[in-house]
Design a protein. Sequence first.
Length: 130
Amino acid sequence: MRAFNAAITARKLDEALDLLGEGGVQFNLRAVHGFAADTGASPLTSDLIAQWRAVGTVLFASTRSYRREVLAATAHSQGDLAIVWAQVRATSQRVDAITASSVTFAEAYLLQRRGDRWKIIGMASDRPTR
């Protein structure tokens, strides 16, 4: 989870995607951006890898900088399953902005041990609509 956030911050999309498990699920609790306001028609889930591939591509093209900082995290694991509850601060500066803006939110990660590696197989965020 920390390695994923560090890879996104470093704009290393391939490294971030490598930490996600095939068949993983992104839970979309609400629209992240106001221009895509939730009409109730949006699906609750989407493919985790496809979601982050699209987000990363747009994010890196539209920002001068983007940082995901894990402020606090609580983890529990048993066998091949782990869950992490984290408080994350995302700070970004759009290419057309003079200053950066930040938002702090809760994020939950579901991980599965696959061989000798942990893969994120589920992610949900309580990030507010901007």
